[in-house]
Design a protein around this ligand. Structure first.
Ligand SMILES: C[S@@+](CC[C@H](N)C(=O)[O-])C[C@H]1O[C@@H](n2cnc3c(N)ncnc32)[C@H](O)[C@@H]1O
Length: 197
């Protein structure tokens, strides 16, 4: 199982956000592209993936690859599924998760509470981290990414406490969805060693 946590610092939590202006909704487009990169193959969904989107450190949306339905790679489709999750979140009580569509769950939960619940090797993805091949191949890697903004000091402090590694996928600061693709490729190839299908 591969897991991704994407921190959406300003991402809208309003279910009425406009599908015609995803960037204007706190860069909701960045989260949608992260979801597409995490789950979509050319003609399939990666079933061994779980992804958490943390919005404004107060709401988390969890997507489960082996349960997902109706997900297609275009940003508008992903955004409309996430809008349903935001609507469902309004009925969530406490930290209880509510399923909006198959495989998508929303909960009123911030980053720290989420980190406390994660079970696996927590890896901060950061352009100044150690080289990806140094990571080896953890059984249950959980990669934590920021959106278009840098990690906040509070997030960095939490990650310093909880993360097992801080890893760079290369010398350039790239988009988060591209970093997810690099990580998938690294794991798909058993650390760049296996290319047969
Ligand atoms: C668009 S980047 C954020 C850029 C930058 N931190 C900033 O201050 O604007 C989004 C995220 O992708 C991940 N990322 C980008 N480049 C990376 C790299 N070379 N290695 C590992 N992760 C990277 C990090 O998690 C980063 O926070």
């Amino acid at each position: 199982m591969r897991q991704f946590v994407v921190l959406g610092h300003a991402a809208s939590t309003d279910p009425d956000l406009s599908l015609d202006d995803l960037p204007g909704a706190g860069r909701f487009d960045v989260l949608c592209r992260a979801v597409t990169a995490a789950f979509t193959l050319s003609h399939a969904i990666r079933e061994d993936v779980r992804c958490f989107l943390v919005l404004q450190n107060r709401l988390s949306i969890r997507l489960e690859g082996d349960e997902l339905r109706y997900l297609s790679p275009d940003e508008r489709n992903v955004a409309s599924l996430l809008k349903n999750a935001l609507e469902a979140a309004e009925t969530a009580v406490g930290a209880q998760a509510v399923e909006s569509t198959p495989g998508i769950y929303a909960a009123k939960r911030g980053f720290e509470a989420l980190l406390d619940d994660l079970d696996g090797t927590v890896i901060q993805l950061h352009e100044d981290g150690d080289p990806l091949p140094d990571l080896g191949l953890p059984d249950t890697p959980i990669f934590v990414l920021s959106d278009h903004e840098a990690f906040t000091d509070a997030e960095a402090a939490l990650l310093a406490e909880h993360a097992d590694a801080r890893i760079s996928v290369g010398p350039e600061a790239i988009h988060g969805n591209h970093a997810i693709t690099v990580v998938h490729n690294y794991l798909d190839t058993d650390g760049y060693t296996r290319y047969d299908r």
